[in-house]
Design a protein around this ligand. Structure first.
Ligand SMILES: [Zn+2]
Ligand SMILES: [Zn+2]
Length: 134
């Protein structure tokens, strides 16, 4: 399963088609603006994160004004905008549990190893090699 380049929803691949989930996303990516295509609300992206709409005054991503709710919660908590290298991790592994006490700011390498720990029990030994469960 791949994800849409714009909204990160899961897409079923179909060879030659553009890498977007829908004509909408494709159109938005081409035109650069597409606010009218999205009307509030939230959705769950391909990685299992809940994405919510950015506030109106937040101009970070005009073409697709959605952000992971966990990042938004952390930004409110820290009272600053997170850098792109900062990753918000869910301590209990539940990506929909966006309570501040379940969130911690980390970086990519620490984050990967945290998930390595979480995934470990699900790894299978096959022909002498470890393979990720994904
Ligand atoms: Zn999309
Ligand atoms: Zn994580």
């Amino acid at each position: 399963m791949k994800k849409c380049l714009l909204c990160k929803k899961c897409v079923k691949w179909n060879g030659t088609k553009p890498k977007y989930c829908s004509r909408k996303c494709y159109g938005v990516s081409r035109r650069g603006t597409g606010n009218s295509n999205y009307k509030g609300g939230h959705y769950i992206d391909c990685d299992g994160y809940k994405r919510i709409r950015l506030p109106y005054n937040d101009k970070r991503n005009k073409s697709h004004p959605y952000i992971g709710e966990h990042r938004m919660v952390m930004e409110k908590h820290l009272n600053r905008i997170l850098k792109s290298i900062e990753i918000v991790h869910h301590i209990n592994g539940n990506k929909l549990d966006n309570r501040i006490r379940n969130l911690v700011v980390t970086n990519q390498s620490i984050h990967a190893s945290e998930h390595g720990k979480l995934l470990n029990p699900f790894r299978k030994r096959k022909k002498g090699r470890y393979i990720a469960s994904k």
